[in-house]
Unconditional design. Structure first.
Length: 100
C-alpha cells in the first residue's frame, strides 16, 4: 500500500525541485558574463539586486506580439549600468484595437 503512494509522489517531488532552482544574479558577474548569459539563453530572469529581478531577452523575438524590446541594463561587478540585453514592455500610447 505504501509503495504505490510513494511512487505517485515522485513526479511531484521532481517538479518541486525543478521550480526551486536559483536564478542567476548579475551582481555576482562581470558585465560580459551577464550579457553572454542572456545571449546564450535567449531569455531569462536575472537577479539585479538583493530583492530585485527582471526578465532580459536577446531580441524582440522573445517578447509577446504586443510588446516592444527596450534596452535593458543591470548592475554587475564591474559596471553599475551594464547593457545585458533587452526587456519587453508594452508600448506607450493607444493600440489599434483599443477602440473596439
Amino acid at each position: 500500500m505504501r509503495l504505490p503512494l510513494l511512487l505517485s509522489l515522485i513526479p511531484s517531488l521532481a517538479a518541486a525541485t525543478a521550480l526551486a532552482q536559483p536564478r542567476p544574479d548579475s551582481t555576482g558577474m562581470s558585465c560580459r558574463q551577464a550579457a553572454g548569459l542572456v545571449q546564450a539563453r535567449g531569455a531569462l530572469v536575472l537577479g539585479t539586486g538583493r530583492h530585485t529581478y527582471d526578465r532580459f531577452v536577446r531580441d524582440r523575438s522573445f517578447c509577446e506580439i504586443t510588446e516592444v524590446a527596450e534596452p535593458g541594463f543591470s548592475p554587475t561587478l564591474d559596471n553599475p549600468d551594464c547593457f545585458v540585453g533587452y526587456t519587453c514592455r508594452e508600448p506607450g500610447g493607444r493600440l489599434l484595437w483599443d477602440n473596439y
